[in-house]
Design a binder for this molecule. Structure first.
Ligand SMILES: Cc1cc2nc3c(=O)[nH]c(=O)nc-3n(C[C@H](O)[C@H](O)[C@H](O)COP(=O)(O)OP(=O)(O)OC[C@H]3O[C@@H](n4cnc5c(N)ncnc54)[C@H](O)[C@@H]3O)c2cc1C
Length: 290
């Protein structure tokens, strides 16, 4: 497998997700480039080897069990090309790094998403949103890998809705790159906006502890955090997994929580909210099953 990328064996997945949970993976590989990723997927399929794509692990709940397959990290797919206001970016780039690069080129549009700790690929899968900006807002098209072929799809065909897209529904599609059309703006103004957003995040989110962002989607009637707080669940915990005292829609890993602790806490919150309010909370984070 080494010919396709940087390969590690027996890797502790705790170091590869923002909850700091999970067992070990037999292999973890960072493909050198898009062609190498294509070769790798072909090789894994031909040899019936299990695999899954992991971004920054900031929206997933990995299992406690070990994984007898290959975790693929796209962090080497981080190339950007800028021509006027049109930007091509590969999916392994961290969103913050992309936004910084855009700012340095006086390009505006995505700065409201600053502080989301994931990759561009993860952002597309989930159609991330912050401060009324969705990643899909400035998108033109996407290249993805499926059935050994590189395909191109226009934004309009991606079914972008609240925290979902066709890439979330169909796991056989691997996002390779995106093209955005942005607006010109003075970099100092963009910088100011980013600083404001970072301040807000620090003030409202428990960034000092391992977490994976919002646990539940917001129901139409009330933000999930307010609902959980109103039902006196702030600070409730199962072993090391706590409902954050700072923001009730965050679960924080305060003391070596396991994946099971986090899933049990999620279940407990869902049941309590259903019993007390008859509202069905829907998970925003993704429970990974091997
Ligand atoms: C502190 C904090 C704040 C957050 N704030 C926000 C916020 O404001 N708004 C918001 O919407 N989210 C937020 N999130 C959630 C999270 O950061 C986003 O959902 C992010 O886009 C996930 O990206 P990732 O690279 O970490 O994906 P991962 O968690 O690694 O993966 C998520 C899913 O995407 C798949 N995937 C990843 N890359 C690809 C690819 N290239 N092709 C196909 N599938 C792929 C994975 O297989 C997995 O199914 C926050 C999280 C944290 C920890």
């Amino acid at each position: 497998m080494q010919q396709f990328g940087e390969l590690k064996e027996n890797v502790n997945l705790k170091d590869y997700n923002t909850y700091n949970i999970g067992g070990k993976a037999k292999y973890l590989i960072k493909p050198y480039n898009i062609e190498a990723l294509k070769g790798l997927i072909r090789y894994l399929k031909e040899n019936s080897i299990k695999y899954f794509i992991l971004g920054k692990g900031s929206n997933v709940i990995l299992p406690d069990e070990d994984y007898d397959g290959v975790v693929i990290l796209l962090s080497k797919l981080n190339h950007i090309e800028i021509k006027n206001n049109v930007v091509y970016a590969e999916s392994g780039i961290l969103l913050n790094n992309l936004i910084n690069e855009l700012m340095n080129n006086n390009l505006s549009g995505l700065e409201n998403l600053y502080g989301i700790p994931g990759t561009l690929g993860g952002a597309i899968v989930q159609n991330v949103e912050a401060h009324k900006t969705q990643i899909s807002d400035y998108l033109i098209d996407i290249k993805y890998l499926e059935d050994d072929k590189i395909k191109e799809i226009r934004k309009e065909e991606c079914n972008f809705v609240y925290r979902s897209s066709i890439f979330k529904k169909n796991k056989s599609k691997i996002v390779l790159s995106c093209t955005f059309s942005l607006q010109f703006k003075d970099k100092n103004e963009i910088k100011k906006q980013i600083e404001e957003i970072v301040k807000k995040r620090i003030a409202t989110q428990p960034l000092e502890y391992p977490n994976a962002g919002s646990v539940f989607k917001n129901p139409e009637s009330i933000p999930a955090g307010k609902l959980i707080e109103d039902n006196n669940l702030k600070g409730y915990h199962i072993n090391g997994a706590y409902v954050s005292n700072k923001h009730a829609n965050f679960i924080v890993n305060l003391d070596n929580a396991t994946s099971k602790d986090i899933k049990d806490l999620i279940y407990y919150i869902k049941i309590k909210i259903k019993q007390n309010t008859n509202i069905d909370l829907e998970l925003e984070q993704e429970i990974i099953k091997y």
